[in-house]
Design a protein around this ligand. Structure first.
Ligand code: IPE
Ligand code: IPE
Ligand code: MG
Ligand code: MG
Ligand code: MG
Length: 287
């Protein structure tokens, strides 16, 4: 399974669906729409949509039912990046290889573009026929998930926290959306309890490994590959895996998480090969 072509295929599918949705917002002020489009269509790996679509395909043989969740998750993720880059948060100038949104259109419009993406994500998500999916996405994006994790992240700047606290922070700020991407896709495809449990464990471990790797790449990565500024975490005195346990141990912990995640896929046959490859991509990636 070539993971690059899997990501490109799923990315194209979600981008086309997102284009169709954005075109419906004809009454929105043009500068606001332009700001939302700037960040939403700036590229990005489209990992969360790929997970939602892929999980749906594993359990049902078809990814169609997961398209609303896939679009909604990418909108929520993009909003989280816009706000994460603001001067009051990480104060970053580069995102997805372009100047951050607030650098281009000012902080007020950047904040509002984020608000718009978050709110309209739930308009899009209302297209799923499973109310549990809507509730789970709200909770994963909300105060016990991504937003809560971002609060913990800000509260932990310049502090020494325990490894347990850091793991919880990462599971909230990044893990929750990745976990719910897998779950919402599986639920949209009609997964049974056993399938859902296996895929949930996969999503949890992948989410943790993804953020540990993000921390590592902030030190060892290249600005060209990542499309964001290297050294942002050190500049903000963030609590990260490398800052707490060192680069080598951070890599080991990411590998361990991926190993457990891949083992969870033993419940499936070759239909889960893309997810097996995706787990390796998460820790081996340069972008
Ligand atoms: C970056 O996410 C922020 C984190 C949660 C670590 P991605 O690395 O998925 O960013 P894009 O979507 O590819 O730009
Ligand atoms: C951000 O973590 C997680 C989000 C919820 C956006 P980071 O602050 O490390 O993400 P990057 O490195 O700026 O993409
Ligand atoms: Mg941050
Ligand atoms: Mg950041
Ligand atoms: Mg980072």
């Amino acid at each position: 399974m070539n993971i690059e072509s899997f990501l490109i295929a799923k990315g194209k599918r979600v981008e086309q669906a997102l284009e169709e949705r954005v075109r419906e917002w004809t009454d929105a002020p043009e500068p606001l729409l332009a700001a939302m489009r700037y960040s939403l269509f700036a590229g990005g790996k489209r990992l969360r949509p790929a997970l939602a679509l892929g999980a749906c395909e594993i359990v049902s043989g078809n990814d169609e039912a997961a398209l609303p969740a896939a679009c909604a998750l990418e909108m929520i993720h993009t909003y989280s990046l816009i706000h994460d880059d603001l001067p009051a948060m990480d104060n970053d100038d580069l995102r997805r290889g372009k100047p951050t949104l607030h650098k281009v259109c000012g902080e007020a419009m950047a904040i509002l573009a984020g608000d718009g993406l978050l709110t309209m994500a739930f308009d899009v998500l209302a297209g799923v026929n499973n109310i549990r999916v809507i509730r789970e996405v709200a909770r994963a994006a909300g105060v016990s998930g991504m937003v809560g994790g971002q609060a913990l992240d800000m509260m932990s700047e310049g502090k020494k926290i325990s490894l347990g606290q850091l793991q919880r922070l990462h599971e909230c700020k990044t893990g929750a959306l990745i976990r719910v991407a897998v779950r919402s896709g599986a639920m949209s495809g009609g997964a049974d309890a056993k399938q859902l449990d296996a895929l949930t464990l996969y999503g949890e471990k992948l989410g943790l490994a993804f953020q540990i790797t993000d921390d590592i790449l902030d030190i060892t990565g290249s600005e060209d590959d990542l499309g964001k500024t290297i050294g942002s975490d050190a500049a903000n005195d963030k609590s990260t895996y490398p800052s707490l346990v060192g680069l080598d141990r951070a890599r080991e912990l990411a590998d361990e998480a991926v190993k457990i995640g891949r083992r969870a896929l033993d419940a499936f046959g070759s239909e889960a090969d893309a997810f097996r490859a995706l787990a390796l991509f998460v820790v081996e990636r340069r972008r």
